[in-house]
Design a binder for this molecule. Structure first.
Ligand code: NAD
Length: 286
């Protein structure tokens, strides 16, 4: 039997509808609109699309969207100056610096410059530390999207074996922490792990975030497992993920498609984080 598709577009639609209702209610009571600022340095074509989509998504739920574009030749200091201006801007509640940054820019300094209260990408040391300590804070969008996707379909997490493929600070590592927080038994595999397939085979939940097209094969998957494909790879045949979907869907119980799985969830979580950042500084009635 083919796996049930985890429809990220559908789940993201629900999240956006709820946010639209909250923003509309708040504004109708005389409140401000939440504001999301996206900083794009250079002109990477994929980043251009992401930035445009994020702005569009913010406006669609009634938020203000600001874009700051800087040339590829910018210095770290110039990017820091823009971040600082946005930190000070009271109309901006969330700041996202689109990654990757051009080679000459000190990415870590830029991320650390974002005010923690506006860090809607959840990548600053304070946000990541809060996640580790299980303190309230803004969580990275993609792994939060994966959690919401799993929960929407009522897939059990507690006590389940979860394997996360990848240990990046953007996806794999926070994903492992979020699954642990939800009481899964978590294993992280990475590029230096031997027998990745054998370990994946033990998993009830697999999150593939290796950035390797078609890494995860059908015979790796325990029958009935939930497989979340985070990978995004543009090929001449369209967008594909880290998972060989044609094979895995005959074994898995649930499978997130690419596109239309984790991608839309990531943007929805960014808007959720923007609302959370907004509600922390504005008086918002329940
Ligand atoms: P990354 O390159 O920073 O990290 C990849 C991780 O995978 C590393 O920890 C590495 O050790 C591990 N890895 C690499 N090859 C492996 C292998 N053969 N076996 C096991 N582990 C291996 O990438 P990232 O930023 O974490 O992104 C991962 C993928 O997710 C990329 O395809 C990226 O485009 C995609 N992504 C999608 C979204 C979304 O919204 N859907 C968001 C962020 C990233």
């Amino acid at each position: 039997m083919a796996a049930i598709a985890l429809d990220g577009k559908e789940v993201a639609r629900h999240i956006r509808a709820e946010l639209t209702a909250r923003v509309t209610r708040h504004v109708s009571q005389g409140g401000k609109r939440p504001g999301l600022a996206v900083v794009l340095v250079g002109s990477d074509p994929a980043s251009e699309i992401y930035v445009r989509n994020k702005g569009k998504a913010a406006r669609a739920v009634g938020m203000e969207s600001l874009e700051r574009r800087l040339p590829e030749s910018s210095t770290t200091g110039e990017v820091l100056a823009v971040v600082e201006e946005l930190n000070q801007n009271p109309a901006v509640h969330g700041i996202l610096v689109q990654l990757p940054l051009p080679a000459g820019i000190d990415r870590e300094r830029v991320i650390q410059a974002i005010h923690p209260a506006k860090d809607v990408d959840g990548l600053s040391p304070l946000s990541q530390g809060a996640l580790m300590k299980r303190l309230p804070g803004l969580r990275p969008c993609t792994p939060s999207g994966v959690m919401d996707l799993i929960r929407y379909y009522d897939i059990p997490i507690q006590g389940q074996r979860a394997v996360v493929i990848g240990r990046s600070e953007l996806v794999g590592l926070p994903q492992a922490l979020l699954l642990l927080e939800a009481n899964a038994t978590v294993t992280v595999v990475h590029s230096k792990t031997s027998d990745v397939g054998g370990i994946v085979h033990e998993a009830d939940i697999v999150v593939a975030a290796a950035g390797q097209p078609h890494l995860v094969r059908g015979d790796w998957i325990k029958p009935g497992a939930t497989v979340i494909d985070v990978g995004i790879h543009r090929t001449e045949h369209g967008i594909i993920g880290d998972v060989v979907a044609e094979d895995v869907q005959d074994r898995a119980g649930y499978l997130s498609p690419v596109p239309g799985g984790v991608g839309p969830m990531t943007i929805a979580e960014l808007l959720k984080n923007t609302w959370t950042a907004f509600a922390a500084v504005e008086t918002v009635r329940a």
